[in-house]
Design a protein around this ligand. Sequence first.
Ligand SMILES: [Zn+2]
Length: 437
Amino acid sequence: MGLALSFAFSNKKSVIKKLEITFLGGAREVGKSALFVKGNKNNILLDYGAQTSREPSFPMHVKPREVHSLLLTHAHLDHSGGVPLYFLREGVKLLTTGLTLELSTLLIEDFIKLSGFYLPFERVDLLTMAKNTERVEISESRQVADEFVVKFPNSGHLPGGTAIILEHGGRRLLYTGDVNLRDSQLISGADTDFGELDAVITESTYALVDHEPREKIESDFVAFANEVVERRGVLLVPAFSVGRAQEIACVLRSRNFKHNVAMDGMALKANDVLFRYQDFMRDPELFRKTIENIEVVSDWSQRKRLVKTPSVIIAPAGMLMGGASVFYHQELSQNEKNGITIVAFQAQGTPGRTLLDRGLTIIDGRPVPVKAEVRRFDFSGHSGRTELFEMLAKVKGKPKVYTTHGDGDSCNVFAKEITERFGFQASAPEIGDKITV
Ligand SMILES: [Zn+2]
């Protein structure tokens, strides 16, 4: 077997093989990200997500006994949703930030509640996961399994989220996870001081499009919120409970929105977790004041009163697939003085997408035109095209680049453009492909 392997370097004492990396998921798709890294004696996983949109599915499987450690970039289920599979018993170590551990636990608990029938793990397995977690700090370097040195730079994508830099036998690999170079109200933009790299595995979600300038999105959003409330309407913001809900609340506060802002559902649980990790926030004081001043919704009489009181209501689920936002949507959609804002990506087939594309909602099983004013604001947690190229321009050396985590043509086209622009060898791997670094 030795002949099939290439060698990074060798001397009399030790032979260090190149790393072999398998794309287990998240290649030419957005969903179920996972990479398997084979080292000299030990192997590690980078993320192990789940596809949650229909019946849940997972990346290609690797047996837990072949895995020394699992390194998790951030809490979104397409990166974390399959992690408990490696904690059905002891033996694997999880390395991630304390905040990512807690937010992942919150989201996976909800995942179990909604899809438990299909899942091979239960809530109790999350205890094993927590017990076997080594909490890392952002930017910290750590030795893993004697042969890897790993570093976790801030990725700017979600509170607690990081990229991963992996060093092995003198070679350096960057896995970006999901990345956002720009500051948001909640968190600072990604740390891009990567140094010299031999390989980059980058996300490609918005490789073909640019976002509008953040400043303009924020001011347009707050102007719309003011307009709706000043005409005595209610503005519903269906928002993902971790990150986006708090970001929207911080945007309103930072731009001196004077009216009532209420928050409901699982976003409130996320607030409790984030409140304990204020150091991760870009502006802890803004965050604290925002959370302290929102109206916390806790019962049905309050919900029924709120839909008649001019205010902004931030409520999960972000795609109107369940949770409190469904009730608010039904109550508010038939009155033209109300507003509904879509502030996140809406997957095909979700009620949020139907609302956005066709202006319809389903009431008592029938499609009904929505009378409330529906607007979309592009509050993305991902870098747009310009920032992805900006990130690669900051890389030192001449790395090979692998484009992942993108729909349609994004990965392929992005890879071609990277070669044209930087002269880096770049390709868009498929699920199951192996590379050596
Ligand atoms: Zn993400």
